[in-house]
Design a protein around this ligand. Structure first.
Ligand code: SF4
Length: 220
């Protein structure tokens, strides 16, 4: 596992749980609005963590923690993710996994082996190839898009708690498109407003929704 970040304790990343958060390095998308370009663009990669440091901490404080959140980047591009999770599970901790859905085979394996307790999958846009591909930086082909659709089905049909979520930006998603996504994913769907402070692609001139617009979108 290439681990680029480690937050020892968080009360907000896995609702109702005290968790540590692990940020994996590398991603197979290039979303323009990404606020973690240091985890995505190889030319911006920094040093990675020695796993032993993380496991030393988790072993020492596992009784004070409920869970570990694994986010990225994209965690499922790391082939050793399942073994890494097994070692965390042995410490009695739950796992929340964030994913962009490009590795349905690994998700299936993790679910079948009870290695994940909660999964949050990004839904970048309407489930149409052209618009989705544009949103992720023209970085995927149709085969990869099918994998994303497959992951959605696997998650919906699993017995794992789950959430689908979209980072929304004013000049990227229309209100009507957001409404369509909310209708499709129902109570398992969340939106989060684009954060303009750090972005992967500044050329897109993306803008967040205003507070009042966001509130309206949140409830409609
Ligand atoms: S926002 Fe996109 S580019 Fe950034 S980590 Fe998530 S999937 Fe990768």
């Amino acid at each position: 596992m290439k681990i680029a970040g480690f937050k020892k304790q968080s009360l907000i990343d896995y609702s109702g749980n005290i968790s540590s958060v692990i940020f994996t390095q590398g991603c197979n998308f290039r979303c323009g609005y990404c606020h973690n370009p240091d985890l995505v663009l190889p030319e911006r990669f920094g040093d990675t963590y020695d796993e032993n440091i993380i496991f030393d901490y988790l072993s020492k404080y596992n009784k004070l923690l409920d869970a570990v959140c694994i986010t990225g980047g994209e965690p499922t591009i790391h082939k050793d993710l399942p073994n890494f999770i097994i070692k965390i599970k042995e410490l009695g901790l739950k796992i929340k996994l964030d994913s962009n859905g490009t590795n349905p085979e690994m998700l299936k394996y993790l679910f079948e082996n009870n290695l994940v307790d909660f999964v949050a999958m990004d839904i970048k846009h309407l489930l149409e190839f052209d618009i989705y591909n544009q949103t992720v930086g023209n970085w995927i082909n149709k085969g990869e898009f099918s994998k994303i659709l497959n992951s959605i089905n696997i998650i919906k049909n699993s017995r794992i708690d789950y959430e689908f979520r979209t980072t929304i930006a004013k000049n990227l998603h229309s209100k009507e498109q957001i409404r369509t996504l909310r209708k499709k994913f129902g109570t398992h769907y969340q939106i989060q407003n684009f954060n303009p402070e750090i972005v992967l692609n500044t050329n897109l001139n993306l803008e967040p929704f205003s507070e009042s617009e966001y509130k309206e979108l949140f409830y409609f």
